[in-house]
Design a protein around this ligand. Structure first.
Ligand SMILES: N[C@@H](CCC(=O)N[C@@H](CS)C(=O)NCC(=O)O)C(=O)O
Length: 281
């Protein structure tokens, strides 16, 4: 297994690192970031996963997410993976659009050609990267939480719903709640999985809830000034489905906030404290 340190910087008494490795899931090199808070020698710490949105790499949340002070205070490791495979031979959107292909892996295992070779983000996030985190960092893999933004909010919700008990807590900022019911989702799941919409249900939080999957609870923040709210995110579908099936959820509509990292960074510390309560409970 290759593992390379790209950079390490001291921050809030801990270490913010960027690392690179060859992924057997995607067949490409993958870059990710990890913040390890200050801790006693030999101590292992809970892990929070942050899955990012369309166009992002690990760098967006690492540079703009403002998570380090809270992670240092709460003793949380913070992992930020990339959003798709990249590099020579990795197919992209035919028009190089931002919402499919590079930077838009949607956290699925693609089954449609030519994407099925490299676009294996589900395996990467659910299986391969956790093993790497366990091997190289002081991580307590019995205490994991998952969160994400937009496409990454969809990733956090669906990965957690498909893996009961693996994540002690789940939260999202501005998630795409139902790819079956929005243009971003229809394009991505159609492209990666093909036309059989029954296959898409495993990657749709509203459908997973309708099909019986449950979480202990759920925290979602959504800005009311988010340009994508009506057309793509459709938070009301999640609100309605949670009510219909009795899923405990706190879904907060935040006046004035848009889709940006100004919004995410505003509520980041609150989400991390919410996760810490459940990880340490
Ligand atoms: N307006 C964006 C749409 C994509 C977008 O808003 N991406 C969000 C996630 S869905 C993001 O986090 N962008 C990167 C950033 O703000 O740093 C574009 O055309 O690139």
């Amino acid at each position: 297994m290759t593992f390379e340190t790209v950079s390490e910087n001291t921050a809030f008494g801990g270490v913010q690192g960027v690392y690179k490795h060859h992924s057997s899931a995607t067949g490409t090199d993958m870059t990710f970031s990890v913040y390890v808070p200050p801790h006693a020698e030999g101590q292992i710490l809970p892990v929070v996963w942050f899955l990012s949105g369309l166009t992002c790499t690990h760098a967006n949340v690492t540079e703009k997410g403002e998570f380090r002070r809270a992670c240092a205070e709460l003793g949380l490791i913070f992992v930020a993976p990339d959003t798709s495979p990249r590099g020579e031979g990795v197919p992209d959107d035919a028009d190089a659009a931002y919402d499919f292909g590079l930077g838009a892996g949607f956290y699925v295992n693609a089954t449609a050609s030519p994407f099925d070779t490299h676009y294996r983000m589900q395996d990467y996030i659910e299986r391969e990267l956790p093993d790497i985190i366990a091997a190289h960092f002081p991580a307590d893999m019995q205490r994991q939480a998952i969160m994400g933004h937009s496409m990454g909010g969809h990733g956090a919700l669906t990965i957690s719903l498909r893996n009961p008990g693996k994540y002690k807590s789940t939260s999202a900022f501005s998630p795409i709640v139902s790819p079956l019911n929005c243009p971003w989702g229809e394009k991505a799941l159609g492209g990666y999985l093909g036309d059989d919409r029954a296959q898409w249900r495993a990657y749709d939080s509203v459908a997973l809830l309708a099909d019986g999957a449950r979480l202990p609870d759920l925290l979602v923040d959504q800005g009311l000034a988010d340009n994508f709210l009506e057309s793509q995110l459709k938070t009301h579908l999640l609100v309605e489905q949670c009510a219909a099936v009795g899923q405990r959820a706190e879904i907060r509509m935040q006046p004035g906030y848009d889709h940006s990292y100004y919004f995410i960074s505003t509520f980041m510390a609150e989400h991390l404290a919410w996760h810490a309560e459940r990880l340490n409970g």
